[in-house]
Design a protein around this ligand. Structure first.
Ligand SMILES: NC(=O)c1ccc[n+]([C@@H]2O[C@H](COP(=O)([O-])OP(=O)(O)OC[C@H]3O[C@@H](n4cnc5c(N)ncnc54)[C@H](OP(=O)(O)O)[C@@H]3O)[C@@H](O)[C@H]2O)c1
Length: 231
């Protein structure tokens, strides 16, 4: 998803600063973006789990990005996470604690300069806990609530916060799952959806749009029925 988002913004003329754990893997992507879109592209080492580094990471970027998009995440394995705390901790810390730590650092800088856009990719999985992925889902639920509160707090600082709620998306995260084609988005759909939503100042975007209504139904299934479903 992150690659598609970077390519979309580059194609619209934005300079790109990529962040990842292993920056050597970003070299070819960066050169490709530079050549195709004639924009600058730099790669920066970033670990969502290295909370203490987040403020200095952001301060050390060549320039303060106009838009910060928090894409990282970790689905993990729910059954393993029930038995092994290290897996549960990785799911919680990557999807919630790491995202909160990183975006706290960004929001302080944006609040000071009184502008900026923060995009957080959460998930519809955070809207109701399901037996198949409730550890991931609960971390995303926390992240969704965090983004909502951050948007409320940043309004008076003139900072726009966009919450992205994807349903299923074909990416490395889901490559071993069999996903329903009609309900599943491509990374490019997410990139285009984010680009449009940032432009229009949208607060919460579902991609694809019908997930808003699917989740409305899922959230409203009475608990005494929901607990018997295999979801
Ligand atoms: N795919 C879906 O169906 C779906 C649906 C809803 C929401 N989402 C969310 O969409 C976002 C993008 O996921 P994706 O589908 O594109 O999955 P992906 O291909 O697995 O990408 C996840 C990225 O997160 C990075 N990451 C994981 N832990 C990190 C850490 N500690 N520090 C820095 N980077 C880290 C990974 O980096 P490495 O390359 O180093 O592993 C990877 O590039 C995630 O937040 C995910 O939860 C996905």
């Amino acid at each position: 998803m992150a690659v598609a988002i970077a390519r979309k913004y580059a194609s619209e003329g934005y300079d790109i600063q990529l962040a990842a754990r292993n920056i050597s893997r970003l070299d070819s992507l960066c050169s490709d973006i530079r050549i195709r879109s004639n924009v600058s592209c730099t790669a920066h080492e970033f670990d969502a789990l290295n909370f203490q580094s987040h403020s200095s990471f952001f301060a050390a970027l060549p320039s303060i990005p106009e838009i910060t998009i928090c894409v990282f995440g970790y689905l993990g394995d729910n059954e393993t996470a029930r038995e092994q705390w290290s897996e549960a901790e990785k799911i919680i810390h990557t999807n919630y604690t790491g995202a909160v730590s990183a975006l706290n650092a960004v929001s302080l800088v944006y609040a000071k300069q009184q502008h900026g856009t923060i995009v957080g990719i959460s998930s519809v999985a955070g809207e109701r806990g399901r037996q198949s992925n409730y550890l991931y889902g609960s971390a995303k639920a926390g992240f969704t609530a965090y983004l909502s509160g951050l948007r409320n707090r940043m309004f008076r600082e003139k900072v726009h916060v966009l919450s992205v709620q994807p349903g299923f998306v074909y990416t490395r995260m889901t490559e071993n799952l069999s996903l329903p084609p009609l309900l599943t988005a491509k990374p490019e759909d997410i990139a285009n959806g984010i680009f449009k939503a940032v432009r229009s100042g949208t607060n919460v975007v579902y991609i694809k749009w019908f997930w808003r209504y699917i989740m409305l139904i899922i959230r409203n299934i009475p608990e005494f029925i929901f607990k018997k479903l295999k979801l």
